[in-house]
Design a protein around this ligand. Structure first.
Ligand code: PLP
Length: 377
């Protein structure tokens, strides 16, 4: 199998699976219990969270562990709304957001919040539209850092600086799921209050995510129970999963520059080879782009046909994001990049990481040419 869908989920390294299995066998005590092995696990949770902070440059944030970024985003947005009922019922966002953010905001709209969507051009937040939206007070601004279907890096620094300059009190949430391990990332210094992250995007097992919370930011828990994690996210803490995730993150971050450079080489070789093979295609990209995501419009065939045909040949790619493809929402996203609804249906997303090879790129090119020639009407 040639796996080219690392944006949907990163496959887990065998060494990380071994770490998880060992910890499940040896350290699966309930950290709330009072006997020695459980107390040891409690200490180890603290130590793992410290290493997480170090890896993310997030010394000033409290890391909360959740079940994934969807939960983190829900906790951030619904938790802020519940914690600051006296503030303006207005939240600013962009049209590049993941469905987790959009759905949480829809829920808040149902509770009377005015949700203002700032348009983006070439994956960049329109700063004059943001400036205008900031004329009226808002509780929060929620932004995606790296867009998951096209791979554009938004102009985060400018948007944050503008929001802070216009409204001292505004709370800023960042969906950094696709940024961490793909671009250099340090939470401290970004100027945001809350950051959502997902473990399975950086090689941890599924079922774990993080919400980094800056000091003095209030949240109301959305999952209540035994009061774990300062009462902000109840539920028995899972040390084996946390430790495994921190090790997966540390591993993914090692030699990040070299890895990104190699991925860029693979991407460029792939695009050149597709041109050389005479394939008619168009690369969708923003003003600032990560190399790991390559969204290709192939006019000859629909993305869905290509995806299934490549799958038959042992290659995994996707159309739109794994989470939104069943809702068809990638149509509207691709329209932001100037594509009509029909053209949007011809897009496939190839996501590459450093585990891929040049020969896999060559096989992909041969396969794409074969598929297009076979199915073309
Ligand atoms: N945000 C972005 C940008 C994503 O790509 C994803 C996953 O596709 C999520 C949020 C949701 O993450 P999780 O799968 O951990 O719930």
């Amino acid at each position: 199998m040639i796996y080219l869908d690392h944006t949907a989920t990163r496959l887990i390294d065998p060494e990380i699976i071994a770490v998880y299995a060992k910890l499940l066998a040896e350290a699966n005590f309930n950290p709330a219990a009072r006997y020695a092995p459980a107390l040891e696990v409690k200490d180890k949770i603290k130590e793992a969270k410290k290493r997480l902070q170090e890896a993310l440059g997030a010394q000033s944030f409290e890391p909360l562990v959740s079940s994934g970024a969807t939960e983190s985003i829900n906790l951030a947005l619904l938790g802020l709304a519940d914690a600051y009922p006296q503030r303006a019922k207005r939240i600013l966002t962009t049209d590049l957001e993941h469905s987790a953010t959009r759905s949480a905001l829809e829920k808040l709209a149902g509770r009377g919040y005015d949700i203002v969507t700032i348009p983006c051009r070439d994956g960049f937040i329109d700063l004059s539209a943001l400036d205008e939206a900031l004329l009226e007070p808002a509780l929060a601004l929620t932004l995606i850092h790296v867009q998951n279907e096209i791979g554009t890096v938004v102009n985060l620094e400018d948007a944050v600086a503008l929001a802070r300059a216009r409204q001292k009190q505004i709370l800023i949430h960042l969906d950094a799921v696709q940024a961490v391990t793909k671009i250099p990332f340090r939470a401290d210094g970004l100027g945001v209050d809350l950051i959502s992250l997902s473990g399975h995007k950086f090689g941890a097992p599924k079922g774990i995510g993080f919400l980094l919370v800056a000091p003095k930011v209030k949240l109301v828990a959305q999952i209540v129970g035994g009061g774990q994690q300062s009462g902000l996210r109840s539920g028995t803490e899972n040390y084996p999963l946390l430790e495994t995730s921190v090790q997966a993150l540390e591993r993914a971050l090692t030699d990040l520059d070299q890895k990104s450079h190699f991925v860029l080489e693979l991407r460029e070789a792939l695009v050149h080879a597709l041109h050389d093979a005479g394939l008619d295609f168009h690369v969708l990209s923003g003003a600032r782009q990560i190399p790991q995501i390559l969204a290709l419009e192939i006019p000859a065939l629909r993305g869905e046909t290509i995806m299934h045909a490549l799958s038959e040949l042992g290659i995994c790619v996707s159309i739109g994001s794994a989470c939104s493809s069943h809702k068809g929402s990638h149509d509207s996203l691709y329209r932001l990049y100037g594509l009509s609804r029909e053209r949007a249906r011809h897009v496939i997303r190839i996501s590459i990481n450093e585990s891929n090879t040049m020969s896999e790129m060559e096989y992909l090119v041969q396969s794409l040419v074969k598929v297009v020639n076979m199915y073309k009407i």
